[in-house]
Ligand binder design. Structure first.
Ligand code: CA
Ligand code: CA
Ligand code: CA
Ligand code: CA
Ligand code: CA
Ligand code: CA
Ligand code: CA
Length: 357
């Protein structure tokens, strides 16, 4: 898609012109707006501090309403919230940058949720297990990265094997294979990848075996996620500046993956406070963009991390939830420390995807 060009038009015609050319312009007034139903309590930071960063979700299959929203506070640790946005607990473990969750991780007391994150003070990876009884740190050894600094992070699960990807601002990516022994976790580096730019946001598609990595000022690259796969990435054309809906930085990435084949890849387009939606498969065609506008809960801007959980959480969220970090949290006219916003995926699907030709 090419940037639209402007030519002289009488003012009275401009409205009509903009209406019919909405899909050709980067003005995010043309993006569909959805609204958050819930926001989490703010992270424990000062107003104006860039502290909240990346969300994740633990889905409680036995009792979906008792699922948890997790959020990194990149100055302080890990936050755990209930679905209504109230705080469950905090682990002030240090500077956790990005986090991710996978279900079914084997521990001595049965399979649990695995929560992992990049720990910038330790320059390594840290992990927790989570279930209905709560969240607890997993003991770990030897999970120090060889990167100069650790930044983006995601998990990947394939045929019973759990992996973690961690990256540095210089574009280096490590892949770790994780193993459980009782309540401990261990890992070994199995592959390194490299991209020529600042990277952070990553997400892996477990069913289709792909890893997506955002180069903040370029676009999204796709890799084979298996350690035996090719180490060459493919740049998704629709995620570059060729697409006027993308405004750098490309930040958080998330997948709407309700089954093993269809769905969407979503990216935070930080430069125009919007979220760009691509097909999960094929050439990852651009589908459209949405914003989270001011409603009962304030809208989002300058979003870093995002997350999507394609589960039914009950009546309020029948198709899942979309979570976005908000760079400027307000309550009315009062500025508050940063937090995370929760949007029903059904609303996004209705607003954006139903409009697909
Ligand atoms: Ca930020
Ligand atoms: Ca995440
Ligand atoms: Ca940025
Ligand atoms: Ca970033
Ligand atoms: Ca970030
Ligand atoms: Ca806001
Ligand atoms: Ca607010």
């Amino acid at each position: 898609m090419k940037q639209s060009r402007f030519w002289p038009l009488p003012t009275w015609m401009m409205g009509a012109f903009l209406a019919v050319s909405a899909c050709q312009t980067s003005d995010n007034a043309d993006f569909v707006a959805v609204y958050a139903t819930v926001e989490t309590v703010p992270v424990d930071a000062a107003v104006g501090d860039d502290a909240a960063d990346d969300p994740a979700v633990w889905f409680n299959a036995e009792q979906p309403s008792e699922s948890r929203i997790l959020g990194s506070d990149k100055k302080r640790g890990l936050e755990v919230f209930h679905l209504d946005g109230t705080r469950d607990t905090t682990d002030a473990i240090g500077r956790i940058n990005n986090i991710d969750v996978r279900l079914g991780f084997p521990t001595s007391t049965g399979p649990k949720g695995l929560v992992g994150g990049s720990h910038r003070d330790q320059v390594g990876l840290v992990f927790w297990s989570i279930d209905a009884q709560g969240i607890r740190r997993l003991r770990s050894t030897a999970l120090k990265s060889q990167l100069e600094d650790v930044y983006g992070f995601c998990l990947y699960h394939s045929n019973g094997t759990f992996y973690a990807f961690v990256n540095s601002k210089t574009g280096d990516i490590e892949q770790w294979e994780l193993t459980a022994t009782g309540d401990s976790i261990d890992g070994k580096r199995v592959r390194t990848l490299h991209l020529g730019g600042q990277v952070e946001g990553m997400v892996a598609d477990d069913a289709l075996g792909t890893l997506f990595v955002g180069v903040e000022d370029e676009g999204i690259y796709r890799f084979d996620a298996l350690p035996t796969g090719s180490s060459t990435g493919t740049l998704l054309e629709a995620s570059t500046a060729e697409n006027p809906a993308i405004a750098y930085d490309v930040e958080g990435l998330a997948l709407f993956a309700p089954n093993d084949s269809t769905g969407y890849l979503v990216a935070s387009s930080q430069g125009n406070n919007s979220y760009a939606v691509f097909e999960r498969t094929g050439k990852h065609a651009y589908v459209g963009s949405f914003t989270v506008g001011d409603g009962t809960v304030d809208g989002t801007s300058e979003t870093d991390g995002i997350e999507i959980a394609a589960f039914s959480f009950g009546e309020s969220y029948p198709a899942g939830i979309f979570i976005a970090q908000d760079g400027a949290n307000t309550d009315g006219t009062v500025s508050k420390p940063q937090n995370f916003k929760v949007v029903s995926w059904a609303e996004i699907a209705q607003a954006l995807l139903a409009k697909k030709p």
